[in-house]
Design a protein around this ligand. Structure first.
Ligand SMILES: [Zn+2]
Length: 306
């Protein structure tokens, strides 16, 4: 069994976390019927929009017609899940609902969207790690044992989605990024030992002091997490102020800042894993059943709720 929380780089946002009803819309479907994952991008300014929670919420408003400018009236957001550039995972319709992501593929293919443009330089390592983690979890404990195939939206519809870079990565079988994280040990809060000490020294040398009497004590406590958070925020994110771990993206940028020093990081085994999935996926079936086709509108991401 794979633990989704272990597989996702950032946080998991269940439906109520991003402002949707706990019960998703859409007709019920058996996850075992899903044969593959379809990757989408939402388009939009990936690098200039840190409020990805509102971004995802606004896509939901667009798809469901809650945004008065939208011509759509779907029963819920079209995708099963969304992933942002920080590696956060948003639960959309989840595993148990027919989707609205590509006409003819809404029952047997799982649509997962990248929040942003799938072009070179806009798809982060953290996002890719979370895509891979989600896929592994769905197949190993998530009830989608038959989900063996991958495609991009353009394979099954007339669209440029999910962008050239993301499409190529999906077509290559979602290889795990090897720039960093290929065996590199990335500790999390509560971890102890020389791996933690290595990163404590790396943080300080990269300009992120640890506010503690013995900064290299090998204990990943609140002071170390505060330094990690500062680094993470300076590199990109303010939407997830603390995730309690060093993410691959942060690790890569820290090592870059040292000019490659220490690139041979410590390695070691991971501990045992549990089996926790996202909440908010269950409930009575919805009433639509329309075979809607997602056209990846450029969602008006600057729009604010009234
Ligand atoms: Zn698409």
């Amino acid at each position: 069994m794979t633990d989704l929380n272990e597989s996702v780089v950032g946080r998991i946002y269940d439906r109520t976390d991003w402002g949707a009803p706990a019960t998703p819309g859409g007709a019920q479907r058996d996850p075992a019927r899903v044969v593959g994952m379809t990757v989408h991008h939402t388009t939009g300014n990936t690098l200039g929009n840190d409020d990805t929670v509102r971004w995802w919420h606004n896509i939901w408003r667009w798809h469901t017609g809650r945004n008065p400018s939208s011509p759509l009236t779907w029963s819920d957001i079209g995708y099963a899940y969304g992933i942002d550039r920080f590696g956060n995972l948003f639960v959309g319709r989840g595993r148990y609902r027919q989707l609205a992501h590509a006409r003819g593929y809404n029952t047997t293919w799982l649509g997962v969207a990248y929040l942003g443009s799938g072009i070179q330089g806009h798809v982060t390592i953290d996002a890719k790690q979370t895509f891979v983690g989600l896929r592994n979890w769905l197949r190993d404990g998530g009830g989608m044992d038959n989900m063996s195939r991958l495609n991009g939206h353009r394979d099954i519809g007339s669209t440029a989605c999910p962008g050239d870079h993301l499409y190529q990565w999906v077509s290559d079988g979602m290889p795990t990024p090897d720039t960093v994280g290929g065996g590199l040990m990335l500790p999390r809060q509560g971890d102890t030992g020389e791996v933690v000490e290595f990163w404590q020294r790396t943080l300080v040398r990269a300009g992120y002091p640890i506010d503690y009497s013995d900064p290299y004590d090998g204990n990943y406590g609140p002071a170390t997490e505060a330094a990690v958070t500062k680094a993470r925020q300076s590199f990109s994110s303010n939407v997830t102020p603390s995730v309690g771990r060093i993410t691959p993206w942060t690790a890569m940028r820290l090592l870059e800042r040292l000019g490659g020093e220490g690139a041979e990081g410590p390695r070691g085994p991971r501990g045992p894993k549990g089996d926790r999935g996202p909440k908010g996926e269950r409930g009575p079936a919805g009433t639509d059943g329309k075979d809607a086709d997602l056209t990846d509108y450029a969602i008006p991401i600057v729009q604010r709720d009234p």
